[in-house]
Design a protein around this ligand. Structure first.
Ligand SMILES: Nc1ncnc2c1ncn2[C@@H]1O[C@H](COP(=O)(O)OP(=O)(O)OP(=O)(O)O)[C@@H](O)[C@H]1O
Ligand SMILES: C[C@@](O)(CCO)CC(=O)[O-]
Ligand SMILES: [Mg+2]
Length: 350
């Protein structure tokens, strides 16, 4: 099968408030970054599928004949948006040598690629192609690298399979898909995230798909257009961590102490809603120091909550302490446990 070449990109994100709580049905506020992941898909005649992932040192190729062996297991049922095909996941784990569940998060990227490739092409002829993905985002540092990767894979493979059309180029050369195509991309990116994360809320792939700033609640995505210009400093502690492990740890804590943890999640929800209200006020009335005082206090309270949820790290504590000596307020962003923090900069700072 001969397919067209394709080049796509997707942004990373920062979460202002609501990480972890959003997995448990609470509100999150997130914004896209001008750091992107890029994917180039090239049609080949080698009879192979090759994947080059230089950021995580993975370079693999398979003969189409090997992959065809997996087809009878992948297209029997149309799986629902919110769940993976468990039989295909099991077969793929076996295929990549991780049947015992022993797969590091880097190799989850391979599994996510194969899952999407076989799900989208399994009912027809498998195309021979080479996919290369590279990113400006640090991998596994809280800036949505897994979601940007999954969005790129979903967009390129859907485009190549003919499920969505190649986007029309606008005069400024920024190509855009229609809403329906974006929803399809988002739903397949969510499956990629399910493989890499285990139990994602969907907020990261939503920002990676639509960009801009949005409010996310239980799968519902509301773009926020009335927001003031905020200056946010990103700091990478360079402490490695895995979102999958951190999300599972929070779930365990909630199961162990439901009466203790539920109010914490409710409070994070209220922080997101209060922050959203203040941001909206800042677009309809003159911005004052009081607006910033509230935003800073919300950041401090949320950072304490995230420590209570068990996703802090001494390096993040240091970030908060050091920035506070300059009068600035910081919190972790994304899954925490290391990775990146955000610091709100007041206008005119320093
Ligand atoms: N450029 C990339 N190439 C290949 N795989 C990637 C790339 N970026 C991310 N990944 C996949 O995503 C995993 C990291 O995802 P993880 O969710 O733990 O961190 P994150 O998405 O950067 O942070 P967060 O989820 O907190 O925003 C990597 O181990 C790899 O499987
Ligand atoms: C920790 C988390 O809330 C955000 C990771 O960027 C996980 C998720 O929402 O899927
Ligand atoms: Mg992630």
């Amino acid at each position: 099968m001969k397919v067209n070449d394709c080049f796509v990109s997707a942004p990373g994100k920062a979460i202002l408030h609501g990480e972890h709580a959003v997995v448990h049905g609470k509100v999150a506020l997130a914004v896209s970054l001008n750091l992107r992941t890029f994917l180039k898909l090239k049609a080949t005649t080698t009879g192979k599928v090759c994947i080059n992932l230089p950021n995580i040192d993975i370079f693999l190729s398979w003969d189409l004949s090997e992959l065809k062996q997996l087809i009878p297991y992948c297209c029997a049922q149309r799986v629902e948006l919110k769940c993976l095909d468990p039989e295909l996941v099991r077969r793929l784990r076996e295929f990549v040598g991780a049947a015992d569940g022993n797969l590091d998060t880097c190799h989850m990227a391979t599994l996510a690629f194969l899952y999407l490739y076989l799900s989208l092409f399994g009912s027809g002829e498998l195309p021979s192609l080479t996919v290369s993905v590279w990113s400006e985002l640090p991998t596994g540092a809280g800036l949505g690298s897994s979601a940007a990767y999954s969005v790129c894979l979903a967009a390129a493979l859907l485009c190549t399979s003919g499920a969505i059309t190649a986007p029309l180029r606008e005069p400024d050369h920024a190509a855009r898909w229609c809403q329906e195509d974006l929803e399809l991309i988002n739903s397949w990116a969510f499956r990629g995230e399910m493989i890499i994360h285990g139990n994602p809320s969907g907020v990261d792939n939503a920002v990676g798909t639509w960009g801009g700033m949005l409010r996310f609640l239980a799968g519902k995505i509301i773009p926020l257009s009335r927001v003031p210009l905020l200056r946010i400093l990103l700091t990478n502690t360079k402490v490695p961590r895995s979102t999958k492990v951190l999300v599972a740890g929070v779930k365990d804590k909630i199961n162990k102490f439901p009466a203790v943890m539920t109010p914490v999640l409710d409070s994070v929800d209220a922080i997101s809603c209060t922050c959203e209200k203040v941001l909206s006020d800042m677009t309809s009335e003159p911005i004052t120091g009081e607006h910033y005082n509230i935003l800073e206090e919300l950041i401090d309270i949320n950072q304490h909550h995230l420590n209570v949820l068990g996703v802090g790290h001494p390096a993040l504590d240091t970030l908060c302490r050091v920035t506070l000596t300059r009068g600035l307020h910081s919190k972790l962003t994304g899954a925490g446990g290391g990775g990146c923090g955000v610091t709100l900069l007041r206008p005119g700072w320093p």
